[in-house]
Design a binder for this molecule. Structure first.
Ligand SMILES: NC(=O)c1ccc[n+]([C@@H]2O[C@H](COP(=O)([O-])OP(=O)(O)OC[C@H]3O[C@@H](n4cnc5c(N)ncnc54)[C@H](OP(=O)(O)O)[C@@H]3O)[C@@H](O)[C@H]2O)c1
Length: 165
């Protein structure tokens, strides 16, 4: 499976259960990568989506034992998540947040698509700093692009010691 995330200069990803920036080019990138695929998330992230609704044209799987709902797959434990994910090719599964869920899943991800924003968003929650993790290496970095006035780079990191989920 793969992680996909947008971080600021401090690897911050959110505050008040919201994203830090509005970035249309990054949203487009996210959509292109995940459309038709399986997206897996923690309970807060589903609630942070527009209208607290699952993202369309994707299989949405949510880890929470606080609520259930019938518009997406909800699993109450990591064990149940493991069972659920066996139904899908590993390559089609994207870990899409948030902070707690990224921390839980990052070691099981083979790649991470990290959109880097050259700004500080005043985050309350963070993604693990992959530059400081000895098993992750930066494989690709795009030229900088401007997205809603922010300088943004699309990067890909590779996990050199992937654990089996
Ligand atoms: N920048 C980005 O790319 C990006 C992407 C996604 C989200 N975000 C941001 O991230 C923030 C939300 O992150 P968050 O950490 O608060 O929430 P989260 O990871 O979405 O959800 C946390 C909840 O998920 C469940 N969970 C996660 N890991 C678990 C584990 N190991 N075992 C059992 N349950 C687990 C628990 O659910 P229950 O307590 O409900 O049982 C936990 O309370 C928001 O600000 C959001 O906008 C940013």
């Amino acid at each position: 499976m793969k992680a996909i995330v947008c971080v600021d200069k401090q690897w911050g990803i959110g505050k008040a259960n919201r994203m830090l920036f509005h970035l249309p080019a990054d949203l487009k990138f996210f959509k292109e990568k995940t459309i038709g695929k399986v997206i897996v998330m923690g309970g807060n992230t589903l609630l942070s989506f527009p209208g607290s609704k699952p993202l369309k044209d994707r299989t949405n799987i949510v880890l929470t034992d606080v609520y259930t709902r019938d518009d997406c797959v909800v699993v109450p434990t990591l064990e149940k998540l493991k069972e659920e994910l066996r139904k899908y090719p590993e390559d089609e599964v994207f870990v899409v947040g948030g902070a707690m869920f990224y921390r839980t899943m990052i070691d099981y991800c083979s790649e991470a698509f990290v959109t880097k924003v050259d700004d500080v968003g005043g985050a309350e929650v963070f993604f693990p700093n992959l530059d400081e993790a000895d098993n992750w290496s930066l494989e690709y970095e795009s030229v900088p692009v401007t997205d809603n006035g922010y300088t943004v780079r699309f990067t890909t990191y590779k996990n050199n010691r992937v654990r089996n989920f």
